[in-house]
Design a protein around this ligand. Structure first.
Ligand code: MF3
Ligand code: CO
Length: 273
């Protein structure tokens, strides 16, 4: 068993003395915890693959919820969103101008030209995982296609910026620089998060940021990067009826993709492939 916090205690303490924000011991996973979290993440990926195989035009978002719920149970796992802080369903399904936390419903049917984010989170033997993908329904517009491509690239550059002994702010700077260079905006109110022993742990991973700021990244840390990229303005509003769903304030489209990564001694590893 490798205890990364123990291994790097002195180095972390050195950064702390220099005034940096450093992770607490629970945020730096040991090799046994990493293996358990990896198993959870592998199931989470299989759930997303199953959704990818079955999602189609005409289907209701409740049917996606049913697919996720049954497949997860068959794999001996639990859907983390269900009853999380009162959330009513097993998965989040966010269409077009919905930024995130879209709630599955029998009344919402997938139409030709829609873009949808399906956000899946799994608990296996008490360990948490979390990832999301975009799906195009039928033929989507060039504009929506480009939004998805830019969002995927934002995640890629964000992951590339996440290095041991770097900082959380490096990730947000990389993502926002790329998004704005392409004429898109980045949602500020929501971000990635530590994950593994709980659904949402520190640190908060802002998708805007400044290089060299925020929490130190140490081998053994696991967190999500999940940029929400808007075609129009960055501002968002919350659904005041269901209290969950976030929309773009200007009604333009938004896209999101999410991976869960492990900071390693060499760089990082994507756990949700
Ligand atoms: N999966 C979302 C995330 O990426 C969290 C959804 S919380 C829920 O952090 F309750 F809405 F499921
Ligand atoms: Co997440």
């Amino acid at each position: 068993m490798i205890d990364y916090y123990e291994k790097y205690k002195d180095k972390i303490e050195e950064y702390r003395r220099q005034g940096h924000i450093v992770p607490t011991a629970n945020l730096v996973k040991n090799s046994e915890q990493i293996e358990k979290i990896r198993i959870s993440a592998n199931i989470n990926t299989a759930v997303l693959d199953y959704v990818a195989k079955n999602i189609r035009e005409g289907m209701s978002t409740q049917e996606i919820d049913d697919l996720v719920s049954s497949f997860t149970k068959e794999n001996g796992a639990i859907c983390a969103p269900l009853h999380y802080e009162g959330y009513p369903k097993s998965v989040c399904t966010s269409i077009n101008d919905e930024v995130c936390h879209g709630i599955p419903s029998r009344r919402i049917k997938l139409k030709d030209g829609d873009i949808i984010n399906v956000d899946v989170s799994t608990i296996k033997d008490g360990y948490f995982s979390d990832a999301s993908r975009m799906f195009a329904i039928g033929n989507i517009s060039k504009k929506r296609q480009e939004l998805i491509e830019v969002t995927k690239e934002c995640l890629r550059v964000g992951i590339q910026a996440a290095k041991p002994w770097g900082f959380v702010g490096d990730i947000g700077e990389a993502i926002s620089t790329y998004a704005y260079s392409k004429g898109y905006t980045v949602v500020r109110e929501l971000g990635g998060h530590g994950v593994g022993l709980e659904f949402h742990e520190d640190p908060f991973i802002s998708h805007i940021g400044k290089k060299g700021t925020g929490m130190l990244l140490v081998p053994g840390m696991i967190f999500t990067i999940e940029p929400m990229i808007n075609a129009g303005r960055a501002n968002v509003v919350i659904d005041n009826l269901n209290g969950w769903t976030i929309y773009t304030a200007d009604g333009q489209d938004s896209a999101q993709v999410e991976h869960m990564i492990l900071i390693t001694e060499e760089g990082n590893e994507i756990l949700t492939y």
